[in-house]
Design a protein around this ligand. Sequence first.
Ligand SMILES: Cc1cc2nc3c(=O)[nH]c(=O)nc-3n(C[C@H](O)[C@H](O)[C@H](O)COP(=O)(O)OP(=O)(O)OC[C@H]3O[C@@H](n4cnc5c(N)ncnc54)[C@H](O)[C@@H]3O)c2cc1C
Length: 441
Amino acid sequence: MTENNKVYDVIGIGVGPFNLSLAALLDRVPEIDGLFLEQSSHFEWHPGMLIEGTDLQVPFLADLVTLADPTSPYSFLNYLHEQGRLYKFYFFNRFDIPRREYNDYAAWVASQLDTCRFGKRVVDVDFVKNDNPVYEITIHDTETQGTERFQARHIVLGTGTIPMIPMETDGCSSEDVFHSSQYRFYEKSAKETNSVTVVGSGQSAAEVFYDLLLDQKHYDYELTWYTRSAGFLQLESAKLGQEVFSPDYVAYFNELSFDSRKEALSNLGQLRKGIDPETLRPIYDLLYHRSVDQNTRQVTIQPLTEVTSIEREQTEGAYKLNCNQWQKDEAFTDSSEIVILATGYKPHLPDWFQKFSESIEWEDKKRYKVTEDYRLLFNDNRKNQFFTLTNLEHSHGAGATNLGLSVYRNQKIINSIADKEIFPISKSTVFQQFGPENHNK
Ligand SMILES: Cc1cc2nc3c(=O)[nH]c(=O)nc-3n(C[C@H](O)[C@H](O)[C@H](O)COP(=O)(O)OP(=O)(O)OC[C@H]3O[C@@H](n4cnc5c(N)ncnc54)[C@H](O)[C@@H]3O)c2cc1C
């Protein structure tokens, strides 16, 4: 049965920060009736990576509402106020807040929105064509184990990303060889072994490596860090460079041809991949301080090295890493009791999405076409929109997963659903221009 035969204006699938921001903004838009369905039992933001001491990589102003609606009760500043922590934050005097605090803030917002329902895994979506066409969303309730159906005129896919493991790990225990997204769950047992290896050189790899480096003196494991990349390079953080994470750049990027967009992404590698200098610096400093004492446990750091597969060793408790130093084309093996794969994430398109693939337009085999207001393009020109906040890098650029652009994306979606400008879109948000517009006037 569908819930009271009610038809929502919009249903969001998944409640990560992107759809949660949409829910929080919609809370102040009475004419749009929304519902948001999340499979987890409560709000949690990458719980396996909420490492003590790590910070959000965008300023706190990139909260769930402020950039569109600074007077919203769901702002980060109001969260601090309600928690009685506003003065402490004032003296903290920083824009980059702890990652754990962002999670707590978002959970605080979610707990106040009765439009967000948890423990509801979307297992199917159908488009029902009748006089008033709707999407019918089937959920599995993880608490009651029952099935429910909901209907909406429009849907918003916000299913985020899932871990990517690019090498073979057949036969390895998932408690010993695991993705960085699981780090906090296995961290303690990992630290109690003799050897730990981290693979990758993005932000997650550096955060995990630093955490292990800090605790090495208490537990005494050997620590190794391999990456396929040519070096342990830092993210470009200059302010002018950061302006590509702006509404202006997103609008410019979306208008380019598919080939130009692909090229633009590869040219902007330094803004997308690498490690925050604030994470790299303490790693080096700690290594340096440790180097005074000659008896410290071994640390190996090696770039240019691809770990091609991981298999169980004959000796109990260890794993064999098959590696290749690709610049010298020199294969070698290493051994480690724990391997942490900080090898990135890929967009998460649920299995049921497959049924829409025949009726939408694609850029290539993997990447669907997305309009500038985040709609998929259907062959039948339907009025019922399927918006996506997932898998947007090819259409909206380097900031596709950037929290600072989440509010802007949702403003566009809300205006599109309402068919009027509920939230005015900020223009000329940055100092630079990306095309010769002003010269052609
Ligand atoms: C460790 C980590 C740290 C990051 N730090 C930053 C940062 O500091 N700054 C920044 O700008 N960006 C950061 N990012 C990038 C980005 O902000 C995050 O990936 C962000 O979580 C994206 O939000 P989302 O809502 O798209 O997806 P997610 O947070 O992945 O949420 C998706 C949700 O959908 C749910 N779901 C999936 N399938 C279903 C289904 N079938 N039914 C119901 N629910 C479903 C999932 O359970 C999940 O809760 C980080 C990413 C990672 C992985």
